[in-house]
Design a protein around this ligand. Structure first.
Ligand code: 13P
Length: 252
């Protein structure tokens, strides 16, 4: 298990939000934590775009909300124009970083090997990588999903990873932003597979696995009912404070 035994509710804002939006969304979330009957049965992580990290880190200071970046470089500093190093992410006060998201793999050519290098660098700076893996629709339909998951898991995880210092996010590509949530059986099958591979690699199945892909308030309770689901990585619904909060409350 990672840094917590509680369910992890992580929000990936992707490339959305200007200063005003971030201010409102973060304030709306903070105000929900202030309600007297609120149960802190979960850990909340929000991952804004890099331009908003500093602002959001200051806003959530002293609150239960934690902050992550959506990407980082595998290098620590130097002539890498446009990149953001894990040292910078840590310096700004974020503690997590999403790596190997399928959008980065498909639009920016990120390979398992690059994801592993980024994760290694992030771990060396004390960041917790949230490493994303997931099959495409074609891979699901041709029956190779579980083999793809095993390959991505084994090759996207660096040498300095342990069962406790990383979080895995299973995000079937065909379920991201499509409204097509994986069936509960799909989630069970893949999370079980990930735990089997984790056992082979680390000698323990006890790794944190988030599910991501069209998680909404109306399906969150069913997803959290699965014992193999340690949390969720939410895209679209994390941009609406009420929806994100409803998802979090479905976990407790
Ligand atoms: P949606 O929740 O919008 O499907 O996005 C999921 C995702 O990609 C989170 O990283």
């Amino acid at each position: 298990m990672s840094f917590t035994n509680k369910k992890i509710i992580a929000g990936n804002w992707k490339m959305n939000g200007l200063k005003n939006d971030a201010w409102k969304l973060t304030n709306d979330l903070l105000s929900k934590f202030e309600s007297p009957d609120e149960k802190l049965g979960f850990e909340m992580i929000i991952c804004p775009p890099a331009t908003l990290l500093s602002e959001v880190v200051s806003m959530v200071d002293g609150s239960p909300i934690k902050v992550g970046a959506q990407n980082c470089c595998d290098k620590l500093d130097g002539a890498y124009t446009g990149e953001i190093s894990p040292v910078m992410v840590k310096d700004i006060g974020a503690n997590f970083v999403i790596l190997g998201h399928s959008e980065r793999r498909s639009y920016y050519g990120e390979t398992n090997e690059l994801v592993a290098k980024k994760a290694e660098a992030a771990l060396n700076q004390g960041l917790t990588p949230i490493i994303c893996i997931g099959e495409t629709l074609e891979q699901k339909e041709n029956g190779s999903a579980l083999a793809v998951i095993e390959d991505q898991f084994l090759n996207s995880i660096p040498e300095n990873a342990t069962i406790e210092n990383i979080i895995i996010a299973y995000e079937p590509v065909w379920a991201i932003g499509t409204g097509k949530v994986a069936t509960l059986q799909d989630i069970i099958d893949v999370h079980t597979k990930i735990r089997e591979v984790a056992e082979k690699k680390f000698g323990s199945q006890n790794i944190s696995i988030l599910y991501g892909g069209s998680v909404k308030p109306n399906n969150a309770k069913d997803i959290f009912s699965l014992k193999d689901v340690d949390g969720v990585l939410v895209g679209g619904a994390s941009l609406k404070a009420d929806d994100f909060w409803a998802i979090a409350m479905a976990s407790v």
